[in-house]
Design a protein around this ligand. Structure first.
Ligand SMILES: NC(=O)c1ccc[n+]([C@@H]2O[C@H](COP(=O)([O-])OP(=O)(O)OC[C@H]3O[C@@H](n4cnc5c(N)ncnc54)[C@H](O)[C@@H]3O)[C@@H](O)[C@H]2O)c1
Length: 444
């Protein structure tokens, strides 16, 4: 018997939106377009999709420990334990027996006329994997194309073997050929492949700009040939260190073309140029999302992005590092809001660039304090009576780090009827639980 069915029912996690209403679903159902999915099902895919328990001996303590582990696990999975894989660690032999899923989560059964064929490049990364989960739950056929530079197979491994899913190891810098029956329903390409965090995109600047330019060229060529609708995930970095606040889509930006961030910023700018080149010259149906800072579960905890840095440091009881004087501001969007926006944009008629971001602005110093409070709150809820209060320390600012960035999302509101629903606090709380689960699992 799993703990979710046991005598100790576990209180589910309650999530409130900006207006204080409980969030049960993500996605939306409007303009005759339904892309809603249950938050609990989605959570079962990322909060603890795979967990490890230690094999039990005949001892009573072991049975109790196992029950405790199952109860802890059920907190994250609710009634969806059947869609999780549980592996058993054998301490005597230092070995682990992996299991696969016993059952895939239910996906919508769409009539063939509505089932889309969707290619997601970079689908094994942070944003890509959440997009894949959504598109799969909505019942589409999804192919992931990824070279696993920053992404990992584990982020989407829960779909491997599903009849609607395919994963291909491929570098988008090389051409990719697939055929598509011209009578098949709509074909879509979400082009995300590109490292997104500064240490990763600066690791090999020439490769980053090649990925942005040649990768986008190849994928646009594919879109042209297969008559696919093409969406590229551009970035707020195209605005550089902006002189206009908040940034709206008609602002051309203020970018240093030779600084250490240029491979990414200029790469995305040229990728946008290419996208509109194919649109004007070849009639490719394009969508351009300019994404602002986004955070959420499955973010690489060690890639230097501020949210994961702060949470991991606070959970480990280490000092939290703020670069600069902490007065620079940032806005943070939760991953589920971003995915809502990407799907809405793909299904809209809007071919101009659209900003997707959360306008609630925080100074980095304030943000560090908020993260510290939430980590303490989650620790208290999980039974730590007196959680350790960590220090916040200040270090010099890296080159070209923009002072201020905030999206103007008027266009997204007007054309997509989209606006962020998640509060930063609620998103952070979920992310703290995710990293905490990873720590319990031993993978962080
Ligand atoms: N996360 C954010 O806050 C944010 C903000 C703005 C824009 N974006 C954009 O969203 C997209 C996804 O970002 P993310 O945060 O998920 O980053 P990520 O690094 O987690 O994911 C990128 C994915 O692309 C893959 N990839 C990289 N180079 C590739 C190549 N040459 N060929 C094939 N696959 C390749 C990686 O392996 C990884 O799976 C990127 O295009 C990024 O520029 C993200």
């Amino acid at each position: 018997m799993s703990a979710s069915q046991s005598q100790h029912p576990v209180a589910p996690i309650r999530t409130l939106d900006k207006n204080g209403n409980v969030i049960n679903t993500v996605g939306f159902n409007r303009f005759g377009f339904d892309c809603e999915v249950s938050l609990d099902v989605l959570r079962s895919l990322y909060l603890r999709p795979h967990y490890v328990i230690t094999a039990a001996s005949d001892k009573v303590e072991d049975a109790e420990r196992l029950q405790e582990e199952e109860t802890e696990h059920a907190k994250f999975t609710g009634a969806y334990g059947a869609y999780q894989s549980k592996s058993i660690f054998h301490p005597d032999t230092q070995s682990i027996s992996y299991t696969t899923l016993s059952r895939f989560p239910p996906v919508k059964l769409l009539p063939p006329s509505q089932r889309k064929r969707i290619l997601v490049t970079g689908g094994a990364g942070f944003v890509g994997s959440h997009l894949v989960d959504r598109l799969m739950l909505l019942g589409h056929e999804v192919t992931v194309l990824d070279n696993f530079f920053t992404g990992s197979k584990t982020t989407v491994s829960h779909w491997v073997g599903h009849p609607n899913f395919e994963m291909v190891r491929h570098d988008v810098v090389e051409p990719f050929m697939i055929e598509c029956d011209p009578s098949s329903p709509s074909v879509e390409i979400y082009h995300l492949a590109c490292p997104a965090s500064p240490p990763h995109y600066q690791f090999n600047a020439v490769k980053t700009i090649k990925t942005s330019f040649m990768g986008t060229l190849n994928m646009l060529g594919l879109a042209k040939r297969t008559k696919a609708r093409f969406l590229i995930t551009s970035t707020s970095e195209v605005y550089g260190d902006p002189e206009v606040h908040p940034q709206h889509e008609d602002y051309w930006g203020h970018v240093n073309p030779i600084g250490p961030r240029a491979c990414y910023d200029e790469g995305k700018r040229v990728a946008e140029t290419l996208t509109y080149g194919f649109h004007r010259q070849d009639g490719v149906d394009v969508r351009v999302a300019r994404i602002f800072n986004t955070y959420g579960p499955r973010m690489n905890p060690f890639d230097g992005r501020v949210v994961s840095n702060f949470i991991v440091q606070a959970l480990r009881g280490e000092d939290m590092t703020v670069y600069g004087d902490g007065k620079q501001t940032r806005s943070f969007q939760y991953i589920h809001d971003l995915i809502d926006g990407l799907i809405a944009l793909m299904n809209s008629d809007e071919t101009r660039p659209v900003n997707l971001g959360n306008g609630d602005e925080f100074t980095i110093g304030e943000f560090a304090e908020l993260v510290r409070d939430i980590v303490e709150k989650v620790q208290r809820e999980d039974g730590v009576r007196d959680p350790k209060r960590v220090n916040i320390v200040y270090k010099p600012m890296p080159t070209d780090d923009p002072q201020k960035r905030r999206p103007d999302t008027t266009r997204a509101k007007q054309v997509l009827d989209w606006e962020p629903r998640w509060t930063v606090r609620m998103g952070l709380e979920e992310m703290v639980r995710y990293y905490k689960a990873k720590m319990i699992e031993g993978s962080l």
